[in-house]
Design a protein around this ligand. Structure first.
Ligand code: EPZ
Length: 417
């Protein structure tokens, strides 16, 4: 397994360009299955999860060709309706293929995604609401088997929780449903808006984008489209926090700062200083003080930036408190951060961080994607060479991380252990 060795403390210099959002492109790639005309996607990030989703599409019969920074998908002749366990087990987002396959082919067989390190992550909201659209669902031998002979029927769906994945799966399933579907209490993350904009660009009829009531009028066919997803707000938040923790002037560009309004306000309350432009945020050296945050669905504080925020809080004066409300086991970065000298205690779903503690290099291990990012941030501040093991977790969501950091004057080395 590969390791990263990062020498700290370090000041970051220059500008980092944010890649296109993993959590926008994963459902958009699944939506490729809806269309029998060519789809051209620009600047797909080179990430393990994106590669896995593309492999899944190819296994279903989608033709994939790349020309420079444009990848063309042709799903005219699908030769299977089955997303098999061997791929689904490596990436939960495979479940996004359920809605598109079902509504296009009137049948789908998708392996139940396992849980993952951060939680059991059930899909009950996906399945119960597909049934409300008229699907017959059968759970058999670890697979979801869904059929809808006469096609799906539009209906009013009320999500008990504004689930990102359920909103996306149901929005895609409703594209070819007969009549109108309303998704009440829909998730409002920017990646949902991006998927809806992509579907409309192909000829779908979705309104209420950005609100918690999404309306989908069923259509019969879609047309060719070229599309580029939004910048990755979680990657951006990670680099912004890196800039603040290292007291650097760091320009983080090519994303929409409004996608981080809440995070930026909380950081300002902590004393952070920024220059904010149309498509960038520049951090300025500042003294950080403690804060209290609760993770929440958008527009609240994103759970995907919680681990990175805890790393930052180890460098903020005072005692910070972070409560995690979205996933049941998303503090695995805490014991690893404490190995670097942080003083963090856990009480149920709440972490208490005693800030202003100097960090010292030590060998640490990645446990999940965002926990890994927190370790990288801490390593930038820790005195000495920190070795971070199992970096394959990082490669799921951070494109060219070592390259981007070394361009910012970080002494970082990737070694194969
Ligand atoms: C998406 O996961 C993201 N993944 C996650 O990002 C992100 O943390 C999460 O949304 C919340 O923002 C992708 O977009 C590929 P949810 P998803 O359905 O769709 C419960 C990362 O680091 N729930 O909103 O799985 C669930 O257990 C990843 O990039 C049900 O109970 O999130 C969880 O507690 C990690 N039943 C909560 O809702 C369901 O049917 C949020 O899940 C569905 C969800």
């Amino acid at each position: 397994m590969d390791k990263l060795i990062i020498e700290g403390p370090v000041k970051l210099n220059g500008e980092v360009e944010i890649s296109r959002a993993k959590n926008a492109y994963l459902p958009i790639l699944a939506a490729v299955l809806l269309n029998d005309k060519p789809i051209h996607l620009k600047n797909l990030p080179e990430l393990r999860d994106i590669k896995t989703m593309i492999k899944l599409l190819s296994n279903l019969g989608v033709e994939v060709t790349t020309n420079g920074n444009v990848t063309t998908f042709n799903a005219k002749n699908l030769n299977s309706h089955e997303a098999t366990y061997d791929l689904v087990k490596t990436m939960r987002a495979s479940i996004f293929t359920l809605g598109p396959l079902l509504t296009r082919l009137k049948k789908a067989k998708v392996s139940l995604p396992g849980g993952c390190a951060i939680g059991t992550r059930p899909i009950d909201l996906h399945l119960s609401n597909l049934e409300k659209l008229g699907a017959k669902i059968n759970l058999e031998a670890g697979y979801v088997e869904a059929t809808c002979e006469g096609g799906l029927e539009g209906n009013i769906l009320a999500l008990a929780f504004p689930s990102v994945g359920a909103t996306e799966n149901l929005m895609m399933a409703a594209v070819f449903a007969n009549g109108k579907t309303i998704i009440e209490n829909a998730a409002k993350e920017p990646e949902i808006d991006d998927l809806a904009n992509f579907l409309n660009a192909m000829g779908a009829k979705i309104t209420g984008i950005g609100t918690s009531s999404i309306i989908v009028e069923g259509v019969d066919e879609l047309h060719e489209v070229e599309y580029e997803a939004i910048g990755d707000r979680i990657e951006a938040a990670t680099y912004i926090m890196a800039g603040l923790m290292t007291q650097s002037e760091l320009k983080v560009s090519k994303f929409n700062p409004h996608h981080l309004d809440f995070v930026i306000e909380i950081l300002k309350d902590m004393g952070a200083k920024f220059e904010v432009g149309e498509d960038y945020v520049k951090t300025l050296p500042c003294e950080l003080t403690a804060a209290k945050i609760d993770t929440a669905p958008f527009p609240g504080f994103p759970t995907d930036a919680q681990a990175q925020m805890i790393a930052l809080m180890t460098q903020a004066k005072g005692v910070s408190i972070v409560a995690e409300h979205i996933f049941e086991n998303r503090f695995m970065h805490v014991p690893e951060l404490n190995r670097l000298g942080a003083k963090i205690s856990l009480q149920g779903n709440t972490a208490v961080i005693e800030g202003g503690t100097p960090l010292k290099a030590a060998p640490v291990m990645c446990t999940d994607l965002r926990a890994s990012a927190a370790l990288v941030l801490a390593a930038l501040c820790a005195e000495g060479k920190t070795t971070i093991d199992r970096v394959y977790h990082l490669e799921r969501g951070y494109e060219k991380l070592a390259e981007k950091l070394s361009k910012l004057d970080v002494k970082i080395e990737k070694v194969n252990s």
